[in-house]
Ligand binder design. Sequence first.
Ligand code: SF4
Length: 85
Amino acid sequence: MARYLVQYERKGCIGAAVCAAVNADDWIMNSDGKADFVGAVFNEATQMWEREIDESQLETMKAAAEGCPAIVIHITNLETGEKII
Ligand code: SF4
């Protein structure tokens, strides 16, 4: 099953909450007004919050990424290197 890397640039989040509305399992609004990416780990090298997902989680994650008006959620196919969004 294909695996994907999801990367979140939290500093660019504008708190629109679309992510949490379409994918409440993975995105939760924090009291500071920005979204938290559930289960993600901060990568010092990329300065992004990151987590791997599999194919079964791709559609809901894509819905959050595509709905984000700030375009701060990115998804890359780890096998092909293709940037999905
Ligand atoms: S949709 Fe984007 S800008 Fe809005 S809260 Fe989620 S990550 Fe932040």
